[in-house]
Design a protein around this ligand. Structure first.
Ligand code: UD1
Ligand code: CA
Length: 455
């Protein structure tokens, strides 16, 4: 029987090289705090418990991590990684397998961790990598038979040990009962005056445990973030992975290096995404959807064959099949466009349900509105949905034609087939098939004498 898994995430350090008022682990990769990446990965491992060790900015970390499945442990002074793990131990049962992760190492894959964690209590597993430049890392010291003997930190290493290129990623797994026995015995008489978690490797060897080593698929998985340059490197790598997944799933990316996915994007086949598009939250693009350059699309579903032209912003909206949006359109939350609709340049919609084949082609604001099928909204039409206190609905039934530069003062309903003359301010309901004109009449004055310049 495998021991129940408890994941301990170390996140108490300050991260002074970030030069930030924000705790390091809250800095984001792909729009999500690094710590949340680690927590989400931990959640894939069917853990019996997830423990966060926090210190610097502890309150802020807790407040921005509303996770009921995390047990927090406070490390008020940062006395080392061994001391940090010890803070979580009281919350971990004796019969447990413990996996130690770092809150500033955000992109480790679940399968790498699943491979690392042993189901036995007589094995210590460590995740290591071989680096051309091992500077700054703890080195993996092996004996002549190639068996791991200890980890020595850079600052405590001899010149000979510094030449070792196999390094400790910091991620390890060991039965809880051993941690409970060993951590109280750690000493801080070393170059940094810290209680090193890495000292348990030598303890395990002394007590005859087997030390096993696993490796990640790529080094980026175990790259930690100490400064904003490393943060940006991880961001680019992560985005590159997303781009590869999208292309594999059947999307054409005009430039895989100019795409940012900050959330979950799913694509059908033959989707085309032009350059500099940002996706946030959950976005679904069905087969044949085309997204023009410079769009920002958040929490949206775009049905098959729809075309979103350049520089459009879609947020919390649904776009129907073969619809056309933009260029320069802004669909705000609650917008639902049916199939074959058109929303053109400089049009803003909010809580607007637009029926099949309806068009709002230019320069309009349509908010809190329901449009039937085949409605045509002329350029410069505004729904006056707000009286400064409350919001009201505008209803345009099937086949309504709204002339340009119309103000629709809500609540107002324009019934089936009615026409609104251009330049109208509509304050009363309009019945089916009526023409409503609400504007000053035109007077033409013949032989009008133009003003003359004063002498
Ligand atoms: C640690 C390892 C080193 C490894 C390296 C990989 C030790 C002694 N050394 O070194 O072998 O190569 O990681 O990056 O473990 N933390 C706390 N409380 C503390 C100290 C640290 O929560 O008291 C957290 C930090 O926030 C960070 C992580 O633990 O997330 C690692 O700490 P850090 O100081 O970066 O360790 P290194 O010196 O880099
Ligand atoms: Ca570090």
């Amino acid at each position: 029987m495998a021991l129940p898994l408890h994941v301990v995430i170390l996140a108490a350090g300050q991260g002074s090289r970030m030069k930030s008022h924000q705790p390091k682990v809250l800095h984001g990769v792909a729009g999500k705090p690094m710590l949340h990446h680690v927590i989400d990965t931990a959640r894939t491992l069917n853990a019996a418990g997830i423990h966060g060790v926090i210190g610097h900015g502890a309150e802020q970390v807790r407040a921005t991590t509303p996770a009921e499945d995390i047990q927090w442990a406070l490390q008020s002074e940062q006395l080392g990684t061994g001391h940090a793990v010890a803070q979580a131990l009281p919350n971990i049962p004796d019969e447990a397998q413990v996996l130690v992760l770092y809150g500033d190492v955000p992109l480790t894959r679940s399968d790498t961790l699943a491979k690392l964690v042993s189901d036995r209590d007589d094995i210590l597993s460590i995740l290591t990598v071989h680096l051309d430049n091992p500077d700054g890392y703890g080195r993996i010291v092996r004996n002549s038979a190639g068996e791991v003997q200890s980890i020595v930190e850079q600052k405590d290493a001899t010149e000979e040990q510094k030449a070792i290129r196999e390094v400790n990623t910091g991620i390890l797994s060991i039965a809880g009962k051993h941690l409970k026995a060993w951590l109280p015995r750690l000493s801080n008489s070393n170059a940094q005056g810290e209680y090193y978690l890495t000292d348990i490797i030598a303890m395990a060897v002394t007590e005859g445990l087997k030390v096993e080593v696993a490796h990640p698929v790529t080094d980026f998985e175990v790259q930690g973030v100490n400064n904003r340059v490393q943060l940006a490197e991880l961001e680019r790598w992560y985005q590159r992975q997303q781009a590869i997944e999208l292309m594999t799933a059947g999307a054409t990316l005009m430039d895989p290096a100019r795409l940012d996915v900050r959330g979950q994007l799913t694509v059908g086949s033959d989707v085309i995404i032009d350059v500099n598009v940002v996706f946030e939250g959950r976005v679904e693009l069905a087969d044949g959807v085309s997204i023009g350059p410079g769009c920002i699309i958040r929490d949206a579903r775009i049905a098959k064959g729809a075309v979103v032209h350049a520089h459009s912003i879609i947020d919390g909206a649904e776009v129907g099949a073969d619809a056309q949006v933009g260029p320069f359109a802004r669909l705000r939350p609650g917008t639902v466009l049916a199939a074959h609709t058109k929303v053109g340049n400089f049009v803003e919609t909010k809580k607007a349900v637009v029926g099949e084949g309806s068009k709002i082609n230019h320069l309009s604001y349509v908010g809190d509105a329901t449009l039937g099928a085949g409605v045509n909204v002329g350029a410069g039409t505004i729904t006056c949905n707000y009286d400064g206190v409350n919001k009201y609905q505008t209803v345009l039934e099937d086949g309504v034609f709204v002339g340009s530069n119309t103000a629709l003062v809500a609540p107002v309903t324009v019934a089936k087939g009615a026409t609104i003359g251009a330049g109208s301010t509509i304050t009363r309901d309009v019945s089916a098939d009526e023409l409503a004109v609400a504007r000053g009449r035109q007077h033409n004055i013949p032989d009008w004498q133009k003003p003359r310049k004063k002498s």
